[in-house]
Design a protein around this ligand. Structure first.
Ligand SMILES: [Cu+2]
Length: 225
């Protein structure tokens, strides 16, 4: 049988004192935290963020690295932060991308398309994408697999809501790789808005790129029984 040590008045006082000093520290920290905020709006934001951390994250995304207006948006743009493996920018390149149903006509079975479905750039290039939407619906130019320490979720993304143009810039790392580019609106990639960006020699072709590669699993419309 275990014998519990009785709590003495002395130890209660000690606990009380340490709790007390903890509160003093918290108050001091809060005062320091608040006094660091000369801007009233910022102060309000921080107060708000402490109670609603999820909201702060969303605001961070909007204020942080997203340009958005009625016409569309550019998200996670990076004009000057070098990937760790790049000593410098190897070249500045601009690609003009057009999106629309008319670019799908030459590829049977597709509905949507880009004017080109493949681009090739040098390792460590800084790429400016001039993205034009020729349709009356939303389209995106979204690339995946970029380094996450520079691009949240490994993504850079331009979106244009209907006819118009948006321009954004990002920097690729040095490894030879094939990046997926697509439009993420439901069914647009499946119906042809899929492309690839090869850095250096790339790393093979992705499946189902219109005009470039066959699908991984071909459709079968056989009626034979
Ligand atoms: Cu689209």
């Amino acid at each position: 049988m275990r014998i519990k040590k009785p709590i003495t008045t002395g130890s209660l006082i000690a606990i009380g004192l340490s709790i007390g000093s903890l509160f003093t520290e918290i108050n001091a920290a809060e005062t320091a935290f608040e006094s660091k905020e000369p801007n009233k709006e910022e102060h309000k934001d921080n107060q708000h963020a402490r109670h609603h951390p999820e909201k702060k994250m969303m605001e961070g995304m909007c204020g942080g690295n997203m340009r958005m207006d009625m016409k569309g948006m550019v998200m996670y743009e990076n004009k000057d932060k070098l990937p760790k493996d790049c000593p410098e920018i190897s070249e500045d390149i601009t690609i003009e991308v057009k999106a629309g149903v008319k670019y799908a006509k030459q590829y049977p079975g597709t509905v949507f398309g880009f004017n080109e479905h493949q681009w090739q750039v040098k390792p460590c290039s800084r790429i400016t994408v001039e993205f034009t939407n020729d349709d009356d619906i939303r389209h995106q130019w979204m690339i995946h697999g970029l380094p996450k320490y520079l691009y949240p979720k490994g993504m850079f993304h331009i979106e244009v809501n209907g006819p118009g143009k948006k321009t954004g810039t990002f920097i690729v790392p040095s490894s030879h790789f094939t990046y997926l580019v697509h439009c993420d609106i439901a069914q647009h990639m499946e119906k042809g808005m899929k492309a690839q960006l090869k850095v250096g020699n790339g790393r093979g072709d992705l499946p189902s790129i219109p005009g470039i590669s066959a699908p991984k699993f071909a459709d079968s419309f056989s009626t034979a029984k």
